[in-house]
Design a protein around this ligand. Structure first.
Ligand code: NAD
Length: 357
């Protein structure tokens, strides 16, 4: 049976990086003999222009019927003045909600030839390969009660950090499952010395651990985790944490690699459908110039093969092809350090990866 892949190029450089990414998707499928069917839809600004809605009902229905969705990016100055509920970003939020994506996977992977781009010393980050799993639909960003209200003589703002056993259990299982496919080390990050919700988090994670005796589990307070990520990031394999801690730690980890144009991401639902997208946005400052780096989106395709299509061989082939192109000194402008590199554009970088596949 062929796998249904739904592609949403979106706006700005999203549409530009999607061309090479789709070609890599097809080339990798041919390589491992995986049958795929690719269809394309509208989301974000282009969807607003065509239909008046950032997430047309047809787009959501097609995404829900797919095995995996690949998104370029949404947004841009053209749509910045629209009211909040009509903005392109609403399309992305609607997609996340409509697909029930509760687990956000952000690898921080640093190909050795790019180690000098990091703000850390090259030997601390060269060949870095860690995976941060962030709970995406619960925690303090969604907890009730929340608000700003007048109490006696002053206004007070408040939010609620809440996690149920079921929410912790399901994200912990994602962490253990993925650690099993990697180096079998899972670090759960919390603030159990201060927060009751973290004490429950720890208790539930320890309980789930009994089903994964082959994975080495550790716990770390979030303040220490932030410090360890910049002190010795290679000590980690997989990190699992709640929504807000994950939001912050995944950006710290992203910066370790020094390059927005290289970072893929995945968001998974319990149904198995996944949304794959580069971490970067639509980069209006460089859109339309054929200079955007397509590798974050191409590496998102690799994640799609690994986590939604059950084809780890295709994922490894794509990652190896990217590593080879970088080792051969080809660079888009954003990762060119000026040291005798061969500068290439978006389309050419994509073609180089396909040739190495
Ligand atoms: P951005 O990630 O688009 O760009 C930040 C900087 O990084 C820019 O200088 C850009 O040129 C550069 N950059 C980003 N991706 C690159 C690539 N692949 N190759 C080379 N250079 C790259 O973030 P921003 O400027 O804050 O936002 C621009 C627009 O993107 C806004 O409308 C924002 O809302 C939207 N956005 C969308 C998403 C998404 O769809 N998931 C995420 C973030 C931002």
């Amino acid at each position: 049976m062929s796998k249904k892949l739904f592609v949403l190029p979106g706006d700005g450089i999203g549409a530009e990086v999607m061309g090479p990414a789709v070609e890599v998707m097809q080339a990798a499928a041919d390589l491992v003999g995986c049958k795929i069917e690719i269809s394309e839809g509208l989301v974000g600004g282009v969807a607003i222009d065509a239909t008046g809605e950032p997430l047309p009902a047809e787009t959501l229905a097609q995404a829900q019927a797919a095995d995996a969705v690949l998104l370029g990016g949404v947004g841009g100055p053209k749509w910045d003045d629209l009211p909040m509920h009509q903005r392109p970003e609403k399309g992305l939020l609607g997609l996340r909600q409509g697909l029930g994506l509760f687990a956000n996977l952000r690898p921080a992977l640093l190909f050795a030839p790019l180690a000098d781009a990091s703000s850390l010393k090259a030997d601390l980050v060269s060949n870095l390969d860690i995976l941060i799993i962030r709970e995406l639909t619960g925690g303090i960003y969604f907890g009730e009660p929340r608000g700003i209200e007048q109490r006696e003589n002053e206004k007070v703002g408040f939010n609620t950090l809440v996690y149920s056993e079921a929410e912790i259990d399901r994200i912990a299982r994602v962490g253990f499952d993925l650690a099993q496919k990697r180096n079998r080390k899972l670090c759960s990050v919390d603030k159990a010395n201060v927060l009751e919700v973290s004490q429950l988090w720890r208790e539930v994670v320890n309980g789930v651990h009994k089903d994964y005796p082959d994975v080495e589990l550790s716990h770390m307070y979030v303040d220490n985790a932030a410090m360890q990520l910049v002190r010795a990031p290679k000590q980690f394999d997989v990190i699992v944490t709640g929504n807000m801690f994950g939001d912050i730690l995944s950006d710290v980890a992203a910066m370790l690699t020094g390059s927005l144009g290289m970072l893929p991401s995945a968001s998974l639902a319990s149904t198995g459908v996944g949304l794959y997208e580069p971490v970067h946005g639509t980069a209006p400052d460089i859109a339309g110039q054929d200079i955007a780096n397509p590798l974050a989106t191409i590496l998102s395709v690799a994640m799609m093969y690994r986590y939604s299509l059950g084809e780890p061989g295709a994922a490894e082939a794509i990652e190896a092809a990217v590593a080879k192109v970088l080792a051969e000194n080809y660079r888009t402008a954003d990762i060119d350090d000026g040291q005798d590199r061969q500068r290439v554009g978006t389309g050419e970088m994509g073609q180089l990866v396909i040739n190495r596949l």
